[in-house]
Design a protein around this ligand. Sequence first.
Ligand code: PLP
Length: 397
Amino acid sequence: MVTASMPFSFRTILPFGTPLRSDLAGLGAAAAVPAPIAPASRAADRLDANEYPYDLPEPLKRELSRRIAALASHRYPDDQHRALSRAIARYVEQSGGLARGAIDEGHLAVGSGSSELLRAAIVASCVGNDGVVMTFTPTFAMYDVWARTLGVPVLSIPRDPRTDAIDLAQADHLVRSGDQGRVRVVFVTHPNSPTGVPLTTPEIAWLRALPEDVLVVVDEAYFEFCGHTLVAEIFERPHFMITRTFSKGLRLAAFRVGYAVMSPRLCAAIERVRAPFNVSAASQLAAQIVLEHHESLRRRNADVLAERGRLGTALAELESLRVWPSAANYLFVTLRDPNADRLALLHQQLTHRGTLVRQTAGGLRITIGTREQNRRTEAHLRRALEATDATDATDRH
Ligand SMILES: *Cc1c(COP(=O)(O)O)cnc(C)c1O
């Protein structure tokens, strides 16, 4: 009999149950960015999350504080993000070469980062629908994590390790045969992360030819650096969803705002599965202010791209490295002689010297920073290569 006087040792007698799914234990904490381990004496160069190297200019920060102070804190934010959506619509039209008025609020979903909307795409297409997610790896790791936490299987097709090309014959076979489950959503990152390679013409043609019962998500997180967009597809293809973020090229990672552009029918479904009041009033304001000033803000993008060119050229001179051509604000470098131990050592040494980059997919993904940071990246990488070369030599004796 269970009573309040149950002896406190009952947990040792009865097996202690858990309401939690056992498969979650095997997954890492979702969006965890690797913790920086740098010498305490030196501020680290955080080049591991593809953030913008510069904060907003002071006058904009002041305007932002002033307008946030004027918000009614006791009220929920606008759940429809009306003012922000109008501004995003104009921005999408202008930056995508579309006619004014082509995009309206019915085409737009706004999320707590594009992350929320990417996850919503899986919920809306696959959950409870026997759906399978298709990805092309290496790519943004979260598609896989979100699918698995939602109990949705993932078909991941390896890309060509030298070119990053998608094996279109294999992908097409899997989608059309349904051999390995019903593919209901395909994720592509344009340009891809970590490699920085944009979609090719045959890949775009393949996506266009996919049947309408497959949701095609084109993640344009790095649009501000790449400049190429597939947004015009949404007018012909009701199953296309283009996602973008304010976290990378628009300098608002701290505020968590992203958006998706798609047909009104698809948009209505995504809106149904996202969280209510998902973007704080302060974040909506921050995004609006950035869009009010996007033309002057984006002049700095040219500096980032020039720095990418400079760092890329410098690193390409280091014999043992291969530097991938990139259309985004990061560079992917691999070892000409693939060697997992040496790569791990390089990463360790960079971290130790205070340059934090991402070790992933058999290479290092290095965010473009300020000129000083990039100079340190180059110097640190050069020394780390020399040191690990010596290690190899020692090993041979
Ligand atoms: C950074 C990133 C995102 C997510 O950005 P949010 O901050 O959630 O908007 C999505 N996709 C890719 C490829 C990214 O690199």
